[in-house]
Design a protein around this ligand. Sequence first.
Ligand SMILES: [Zn+2]
Length: 298
Amino acid sequence: MRMGIDLGGTKIEAVVLDDTGSVRFRERVPTPQGDYAGTLAAIGGLVARAERAVGQTCTVGIGTPGAISPASGLMKNSNSTVLNGKPLKQDLEQLLGREIRMANDANCFALSEAVDGAAAGAEVVFGVIVGTGCGAGVVVRGHALTGPNAIAGEWGHNPLPWPTDEERPGPACYCGKHGCIETWLSGTGLANVFVAETGERLQAPGIVARAEAGDAVCEAALQRYEDRMARSLAHVINILDPDVIVLGGGMSNVRRLYDNVPKLWGRYVFSDRVATRLLAPLHGDSSGVRGAAWLWSM
Ligand SMILES: [Zn+2]
């Protein structure tokens, strides 16, 4: 059986899938904050409990924020910054006593949705996680692209396209630049931009709920968010021309995005019409962890 582990900023989830893709085990634990050794121990505990529960040794695939640098073998680009510069794959292989496969969490998400999710059957899939951060993965004919720099799909750290004067230079990003797409489109970014634009501190779910209830300030904030997402995805469509874009992460639960964003992106895409589909994830929050398990089917 295949075990997938999704190492996230707030939680670590493990599932065991059988050959049909059915879930035989599932458990979530909180991510030890800022604690590398504790994170390794938490993963070790999950693997041990999962294998006890299913009664056999499993293949282990892990989805993480960031990527393994091909140059150094160390983690880089992770918004869980405690992982950066650490030999996470080697440490886990030593801890678990076996070879593991590891991929960026957004690549795992895109792979899961392309294998047996919302984008099943599509040739080119761009999978975006808009949650705490904003990452993306590219799957072409069932294979997640990595690239020589291990950054394929890292669109969250491109600058917001077609910025207005008010949007420049944009919020500071942990990567050292300003105005990264992640600082506008992640759930955290939406909340930060909202307080900067309105003076009121409100988290993303609160902004969405109040817009639904008819609050004009929140409605206007979400309309600006939708236009920023349309601009950001139009850049991707111009370069990659994917058949399907799948959203994941907390913001993927905002249903209005699937109608409103495609209505807006036509004015930015360099085409007379846009056939790209913007879809909600089929496996929801489980996509990352399922894609990690499927790393052993590629
Ligand atoms: Zn950035």
